[in-house]
Structures are given as C-alpha cells and as structure tokens.
Design a binder for this molecule. Structure first.
Ligand SMILES: C[S@@+](CC[C@H](N)C(=O)[O-])C[C@H]1O[C@@H](n2cnc3c(N)ncnc32)[C@H](O)[C@@H]1O
Length: 363
C-alpha cells in the first residue's frame, strides 16, 4: 500500500455528504476505485483508495478549482493516533519523511488545520503554538525548500491525533483551510458584500481583477437591497442599476453611481448589453439559473456572478441540475463561455456561480 492512500477533504460543516458525492463522482470519472468516510456536521471527510493506490495521482488528475464543495484537500496517510504529549514532533516528522520519499521531493511550507466547527476551533490555539516546532523540526531534517511543489499538511482532530499529508501548491486552496480572511468594509450596507468580494477574489486571479471590473463598466444587480453587492461594484468605479422593491442604503445612493429601480427582477431588461449581471435573490435555484441563462441568450450581459440558494435535500443534485441547465442553454445558443461554481466560505446554504464569455474576462 502507498503511504498516501487517502485524501482529507475540508468542507463547510453540514455539507460532508455533498463533498463526498462530488469526490466520488470525480474519482469514478478518473477510474479510481474509492470509498468515502464522512460524518454529518464534522466539517471534513476522507476518500480512501479501495486498492491502496497513491491518491496524489488522483489529485493531479482533478482541477481543484473546479470542485464545488471541497474547501481544501491533501493526500494523506492513515490518521496517526496517540501522539505522545511530550514529543508529538518525532512521529510526525517520521511520517513527513516517508511522504517526502513517496513524492520524491521536499515541502515548501506547512499548513496546520482543524475542522470549521466549535470542536475544531478549539484546536486553533494548539495549532498556532505547535506550528513553529514542526517547522524547525522539518528544517533540521532538511525537508523544507521554498521552491518545492508540495505543502505539508497536518489536520488535528484533537492534540493527540492527526492526519498528515501533502497537497500540490498549484492545485489546492491558497488560503489556509480554504478560508479567506476578509475585513468587513465600514461603509458597506450589508455583510453579503463579503460574498461578492470573495467571489471576485476566487474566480479571478489578482492580475486580472482590475481589467475585469473597471471604472465605467455597467452592471445590473438583481435583488440588490440594501446594496452590499452593489457597493462592491461601486467601490470599483462601476455604474450599477439596482433592481429591488426594497430600500437601498442611502450613503451608497449618494455615490451617484447607482440607479435604483423598484421592479421585478424576473421581468426587467436593460436597454443595451451590460458588462456584469450580479444576482443574490433567495429564489429557487433552477428559476434563477434559467433567468441568468436568458440574459446571455438574449445578449444582455458579458458576464455574471450569481448565488444559487440550495434546498434542504438533494443539494448536490440541485447544483448539478443548475449546471447542466446553464451549460445547455448557453451551448444551444452557441455562446462560448466558462461556468464555474463554488461554495465560498461566506456562502451558507448556497453556492456562487460565475459565467464569463469573452477572452478578457476569462480568469
Ligand atoms: C439576500 S437579499 C440581497 C442582499 C444584497 N445582495 C446585499 O448585498 O445587500 C435578497 C433581495 O432580493 C430581493 N428580491 C427577491 N425576489 C425579487 C424579485 N423577484 N425582484 C426583485 N427583487 C427581489 C429581496 O427584496 C431582497 O432585498
């Protein structure tokens, strides 16, 4: 059996079965027999190779950024239990050396993680204190190299047991545990603003963002009130038509960059093609998907970022249905596009989708 025969998957607590279903789908598409261990509410799951095969080869065959429900991942060993309280580093360094051997390389750094649950968060202080010990032990063993392609991961369930493994730096989440640290802007009208900020950061590389969202561009915000999403666009100098029967934030309206129309988002149409359509309405996801697809089919927008609220049950299936509907409607209309969907950290019972159509918008 290979040292790395499992994959540790981090996800939003409560979405373990969606994360599991998605990984089983991609593993089976890749012809990789596997099974999943997942428990509701834990914030993580493990995929295990049914044949004891190397799971890094599976990771290498999947684009991490195309996964919807996986926040972070790494190929790993069995969980190491009963780490001695007085010397946790020795058994972990022993495993790290075996992993480096299997990968034929060193590590560029280390990510210590825990589940995004109350129980998991209790490990935060421990991880912070333990990280420097691990780093200096790795350094002493000559296992660190700043240009290495892999990052070493430790996932602690408690201070005596951890999964240890590695992820390719260019095919995993950049932020530790896949959680971006965004500051709530003082003048933004609602916390929802962080969803759009995270979406822009996730779907667009830093080097492309200014060109994709630039001053003077026109956007429509469906279901805009009180204006957290519009605020993000206005903050980038864009002109926004905000569609909502509800009231918009007064200081945002004072910017002079927002036109507020109290009308129905499902019937409104702009006079001419706009750059960006954004939409954050608590409506049925297939209904929203059809609406967004119609804007593209009718050549009313160049790009879109929108939220799909998920039902209580069949959440993975719903996301796949929305994806197929969008792909089908855009393909039938001959619209070259790129569709990406992600459950962002700031998404709760929902996912965020992004469609780009032109070369300059594709991240
Ligand atoms: C979650 S809130 C949007 C929050 C907003 N994105 C922000 O950042 O402040 C959803 C909004 O969608 C609006 N909405 C729902 N259905 C609508 C429809 N058919 N037409 C227009 N607005 C609608 C609601 O009035 C509500 O203000």
């Amino acid at each position: 059996m290979q040292v790395l025969h499992q994959i540790l998957l981090l996800c939003r607590p409560g979405f373990e079965s969606e994360c599991a279903a998605e990984m089983m789908d991609v593993a089976s598409e890749a012809g990789f027999p596997a099974y999943i261990n997942a428990k509701d509410g834990t914030g993580y799951a493990t995929l295990v190779s049914a044949e004891g095969r190397d799971t890094m080869s599976l990771i290498d065959s999947i684009d991490f950024h195309a996964l919807v429900f996986v926040r972070q991942w790494f190929a790993c060993t069995e969980k190491i239990n009963a780490l001695p309280e007085k010397n946790r580093t020795d058994p972990l360094i022993f495993s790290a050396a075996r992993i480096a051997g299997q990968l034929g390389g060193k590590f560029c750094g280390i990510e210590l993680s825990f589940a995004d649950t109350n129980a998991g968060k209790a490990m935060s202080r421990f991880c912070k204190a333990f990280q420097p010990h691990m780093l200096s032990a790795l350094e002493r063993q000559g296992l660190l190299s700043p240009d290495a392609a892999y990052r070493l991961h430790l996932f602690f369930v408690d201070s005596a047991s951890a999964w240890i493994g590695a992820s390719p730096v260019n095919n995993s989440a950049r932020n530790p545990m896949g959680i971006p640290r965004l500051r709530m802007p003082d003048s933004a009208p609602s916390r929802s603003t962080l969803k759009l900020e995270e979406a822009i950061n996730w779907f667009f590389a830093a080097a492309d963002r200014d060109a994709c969202f630039k001053p003077g561009m026109r956007a429509v915000d469906l279901g805009a009130a009180p204006g957290g999403w519009s605020w993000q666009l206005v903050n980038r100098g864009m002109l926004v038509t905000a569609i909502d029967n509800g009231p918009m934030d007064a200081p945002l309206m004072d910017s002079g960059l927002v036109e507020h129309l109290r009308t129905d988002a499902f019937t409104y149409k702009p006079d001419s093609k706009i750059d960006w359509l954004v939409c954050d309405m608590a409506e049925r996801p297939l209904h929203v998907s059809r609406l967004i697809a119609r804007w593209f089919v009718q050549k009313l927008c160049s790009g879109a970022i929108f939220n799909l609220k998920l039902p209580m049950k069949k959440r993975y299936q719903t996301v796949m249905e929305c994806k197929h509907l969008l792909e089908q409607m855009l393909n039938d209309a001959g619209i070259g596009h790129r569709l990406r969907i992600k459950q962002l950290y700031h998404d709760r019972e929902e996912v965020t989708a992004c469609i780009t159509t032109t070369k300059d918008m594709a991240a």
